[in-house]
Design a protein around this ligand. Structure first.
Ligand SMILES: [Zn+2]
Length: 104
């Protein structure tokens, strides 16, 4: 999976198509990501403590990582990601379009 926590991604499919947001969490095993303010769902909360109100809150639901692309600031859109090995043998992600490096 090419998406990691704290990446900025663009949603490429579904009702949030075109939305851009920060990845709050990424689960490579499940192939899922949670993107800030994208794929919001209503959750019904039960009051847990006395004096606390139950109700409906909105929160992000996990979505398939294949629904998002890494956002490239230089291209100003979601892009395909390639890999490059630096001189120090570190493997970094690069934008396949413009060559911008995503990982320092
Ligand atoms: Zn680019």
């Amino acid at each position: 999976m090419q998406i990691r926590t704290n990446d900025t991604v663009v949603v490429i499919t579904g009702k949030s198509r075109g939305a851009k947001g920060k990845v709050l969490s990424a689960s490579p095993k499940a192939g899922k990501v949670v993107v800030e303010n994208v794929n919001m769902v209503h959750k019904h909360m039960k009051p847990r403590q006395q004096g606390m109100q139950g109700g409906v809150i909105e929160r992000e639901a996990a979505m398939d990582a294949s629904n998002v692309m890494l956002y490239c600031p230089k291209c100003d859109k979601g892009v395909r990601v390639g890999y490059k090995v630096l001189e120090n043998n570190k493997k970094v992600r690069v934008c396949k379009k413009c060559g911008t490096t995503f990982d320092e």
